[in-house]
Design a protein around this ligand. Structure first.
Ligand code: 13P
Ligand code: SF4
Length: 348
């Protein structure tokens, strides 16, 4: 975080951090905006949370805290500020609101959705619960509040295995990411079914499975293939490949490391490979390159999340100026969703 409110000093601080990855004329513009955001942040007693996917000029300037979904949910639970500005996508800002019903939670754009969150509705979860009565529902945080409200517990990519194991049950419903579910099933040695593929499968049929999944996918991580990995390895035989667990199990198996966005950052920081390739949203590679000029990050600049990409410094400034866009969740949904999110946070 840079706390400067003076544009010239902000420019110098951003230049020191980002001079190697952001052109100077852009830094000049961005530093003025960032300085004004910092001034308003103090005036309005706000905290800014920034997801690891934020573009470098934002990620490296105004957020008080940066991190993966789990870390930011924890930060949101701890803040004593009046306003939380969430530089991430809508489901993340909703999670912050669920944990802070009395505070004003803002998201700088009202167009920052998520293909996973859009893949399932609360009615879908209710239907699954009817078909598989008594089976606990684990919901990835990449879902909207009404879906969380139908769940027993949430998880993120950083704690999915721990959450499933904490339940100590034979069978779990794990929603909505097909690939994350398959990856967790593999890690925990469980067999998985996708009842939407075969509507006849119910618990009563005594089939051998312990996980029930849903066919949602992340439109970004779904793009990576094993063929991409083979091609990169041919070109850069000593590359270390890191894949987010929203990638398919085949892609994860062909990679060298898999973990949450923060786990990937830490892995690059603590190892010394000749090259790294991240199979995830591409801004994160720029952020790692800025913080670690000695590491060679192979760039995949076409794989940008269109939703995360909505969040800019310009919109963050407007968000604080106009107090927009305010996250609102109906009280009954919020209360039920809070149980699932708080249960996850308590797992640690
Ligand atoms: P993390 O929880 O690993 O930060 O992932 C969030 C996300 O949306 C990945 O696409
Ligand atoms: Fe959603 Fe995928 Fe974008 Fe993450 S990268 S916010 S899962 S669409």
């Amino acid at each position: 975080m840079i706390t400067e409110t003076n544009p010239e000093k902000m420019y110098e601080a951003m230049q020191a951090k980002l001079g190697s990855v952001v052109p100077d004329f852009e830094l000049r513009i961005k530093s003025e905006i960032a300085a004004e955001i910092n001034r308003l942040k103090i005036e309005k007693n706000a905290v800014i949370l920034g997801h690891n996917y934020m573009e470098p000029a934002l990620f490296n300037s105004v957020p008080d805290f940066v991190g993966d979904s789990l870390e930011l949910a924890r930060r949101a639970a701890q803040t004593d500020k009046d306003i939380i500005v969430f530089c991430g996508v809508e489901f993340m800002a909703e999670t912050a609101k669920i944990l802070n019903p009395q505070k004003t939670v803002l998201i700088p754009s009202d167009k920052a959705g998520c293909s996973l969150a859009a893949s399932i509705t609360a009615a879908d979860v209710r239907e699954l619960k009817k078909r598989f009565p008594g089976v606990p529902v684990v919901t990835y945080v990449n879902t909207y509040a009404d879906v969380k409200a139908e769940s027993d517990i949430c998880c993120t990519s950083g704690n999915a295995r721990a959450v499933v194991e904490s339940l100590n049950t034979d069978t779990v419903i794990f929603l909505p990411d097909e690939y994350l579910a398959k990856n967790v099933a593999k890690e925990t040695g469980k067999d998985i079914i996708f009842p939407t593929m075969d509507p006849r499968k119910t618990m009563d049929e005594g089939l051998n499975y312990q996980m029930i999944g849903w066919l949602g996918r992340c439109e970004v991580h779904d793009k990576f293939t094993v063929e991409d990995i083979e091609n990169v390895r041919k070109q850069f035989p000593d590359v270390t490949i890191l894949a987010h667990p929203e990638c398919s199990p085949e892609v994860v198996a062909a990679s060298d490391f898999s973990g949450s966005t923060t786990a990937m950052i830490r892995h690059v920081e603590k190892t010394a490979a000749p090259h790294y390739l991240l199979l995830t949203e591409c801004a994160m590679g720029d952020n790692i390159a800025a913080a670690n000029p000695d590491k060679d990050m192979l760039r995949l600049c076409n794989v940008r999340c269109p939703h995360m990409n909505q969040i800019t410094l310009e919109d963050t400034l407007e968000s604080l100026r106009k107090i927009q866009y305010v996250i609102e969740i109906p009280e009954d949904i919020l209360k039920r969703a809070a149980r699932a999110v708080e249960r996850m946070i308590a797992i640690g």
